[in-house]
Design a protein around this ligand. Structure first.
Ligand code: GLC
Ligand code: CA
Length: 522
């Protein structure tokens, strides 16, 4: 386990929308370099960059055409190497986004693989049936009629993203290869080669690891435990442990008991299905009431979150980290359902939980989910969470000096659009609460990633408060409009450390004002 990861607080940057340094309307690597001090002052010491590689951008860069080349719109490989150096100079770290499951249909491997009578190295780099005449198989998406090769190929996501071939756990047809087949092993080795390329950089120290896209999806017809896919990741982890012991891999899997066993250092708690994350920030049905835990007038207690979190936490606490997110480039922004006060309480929890937290750019100021934004690069309803960062109240919110119609996506121009500069001046603003919370986290080891989490109280109905302990710290959250008083037995007199919205204690009774958070040392 790389030691730095245990002290990391990540900031996710969507490169096209963060900061445009050369006025062409699109964010770039130089722009990220110019804003590193901002990220550091906010209290984050690590970055995750969404894919910044050469791509036709049919899925915003998750369709990679050249894994070893920075997309010209963001700069050059030299710029990215310079970013690594600038990050490291500040004692920060950076994860790139690794897309192992599929490439762009424009990748040279696919160009070879799709040829009529394709043979040689790339023949089986993708998954092909042995005839164009094929109606598909349960759970897999096939494309027919697009290529000279007589066969259909599987895609993982959009039509433009053919799935790489890591084999089938259970082979039912002749064209399905087992994961041990040399051509499937070759795919795995090609992935390692890409990882080495960026980990080494130009001077022997490159990026610090990867966030891994759809990490659970490599081997098809895998069993419920994903054992064949896991075996590949364990093999890759062995390579990292021996060649790059300081590198970290974080999975998009959202099943920590599986992914951590598979060798990942951390896994996200995502918004898949009826997840614990959703129960915190957007547990609603269209037209119905909103029962999100952090909604002041919802009905949701914290139990729904804990029901998912606790078994995962118990199963993984000694081997890896659970990463709580504020949101990401695929989710609606948390501000979609939560008010600034509600968001501040969410952050109070996110940044005082064990594991390694990830903050999505712009959430620190409560950037809005612009759900009416016209779809861009396969974003659809995700596009509204990908708009330019709002730095100030000037032209284009300070994101770019291009003409507004040249911007990658339009900025939020409606009244009340938050921005960094204005919030920094206001001591009560969301960004300043985020800074306070991150300062508390980084200056007290007990509030960091450690597995020292204990539930003290989880209320229901009238009392929806949630109290938990981390070493000598006690945290209390009350998302509701009514005040609560909860008895918690403590050995020493609790000393107040921090609060949002007011709280107090008297003889073992903890009092939380409406919509408040308290932190005590005791
Ligand atoms: C992941 C990414 C998402 C992308 C998909 C396909 O879920 O987060 O943005 O569209 O994988 O690569
Ligand atoms: Ca630019």
């Amino acid at each position: 386990m790389p030691k730095w990861l245990g002290n990391a607080v990540f900031y996710e940057i969507y490169p096209q929308s963060f900061y445009d340094s050369n006025g062409d309307g699109i964010g770039d690597i130089e722009g990220i370099i110019q804003k590193l001090d901002y990220v550091k002052e906010l209290g984050c010491n690590a970055l995750w960059l969404n894919p910044c590689f050469d791509s036709p951008f049919k899925d915003a860069g998750y369709d990679v055409r050249d894994y070893k080349k920075v997309a010209p719109r963001y700069g050059s490989n030299e710029d990215l190497f310079r970013l690594f150096d600038e990050v490291h100079k500040r004692n920060m770290r950076v994860l790139l986004d690794l897309v192992p499951g599929h490439t762009s249909e424009e990748h040279p491997w696919f160009a070879e693989s799709k040829k009529a009578y394709s043979c040689g190295e790339f023949k089986n780099r993708y998954i092909w049936t042995d005839s164009w005449f094929f109606w598909g198989l349960e759970g897999l998406k096939f494309i027919a009629g697009e290529t000279e090769r007589d066969g259909c190929y599987i895609v993982n996501f959009f039509k433009s993203q053919p799935a790489l071939n890591y084999g089938f756990h259970e082979c039912r047809e002749k064209w399905q290869l087992p994961p041990e087949h040399p051509d499937c092993i070759a795919t795995r080795e090609a992935l390692k080669d890409i990882m080495r390329f960026w980990l080494l950089g130009d001077k022997g120290r490159g990026c610090d690891g990867f966030r891994v896209d759809m990490a659970d999806s490599l081997v098809k017809f895998d069993d419920a435990q994903k054992s064949a896919t896991s075996a590949i990741w364990r093999n890759i982890r062995e390579m990292l442990d021996s060649e790059f012991p300081e590198a970290a891999i974080v999975s998009e899997w959202s099943s920590p008991p599986q992914s951590i066993k598979a060798g990942f250092h951390a896994d996200f708690l995502l918004d898949h299905g009826n997840s614990g994350y959703r129960s915190l920030v957007r547990d609603y049905k269209n037209g119905g009431e909103d029962n999100s835990y952090f909604k002041k007038d919802g009905n949701g207690g914290i139990a729904k979150f804990l029901d998912q979190y606790m078994p995962w936490y118990e199963a993984t606490k000694n081997d890896g980290f659970i990463s709580m997110i504020s949101g990401n480039h695929d989710t609606p922004r948390i501000s979609h359902r939560l008010s600034p006060r509600e968001m501040s309480l969410f952050f109070a929890m996110q940044f005082t939980m064990p594991g390694v937290p990830f903050l999505y750019y712009g959430d620190e100021i409560g950037m809005r989910y612009l759900y009416r934004t016209h779809t861009k690069e396969g974003g659809y309803d995700r596009t509204g969470s990908r708009t330019p960062m709002q730095w100030n109240s000037g032209a284009n919110a300070g994101f770019s000096c291009a003409a507004p119609e040249k911007l990658y996506l339009p900025v939020d121009t409606e009244s009340g659009a938050p921005d960094v500069e204005s919030q920094e001046k206001d001591p009560q603003s969301l960004i300043n609460m985020v800074k306070d919370l991150l300062r508390l986290r980084s200056s007290n080891e007990e509030l960091g990633s450690k597995p020292n989490f204990e539930i003290l109280h989880s209320g229901i109905q009238g009392d929806r408060s949630f109290f938990y302990r981390r070493g000598s710290f006690i945290m209390g959250l009350n998302p509701c409009v009514n005040a609560v008083q909860v008895q918690i037995s403590v050995q020493k007199t609790p000393e107040p450390v921090y609060s949002i919205g007011g709280c107090g204690t008297e003889k073992g009774i903890f009092k939380l004002e409406p919509q408040s958070f308290g932190m005590w040392k005791c």
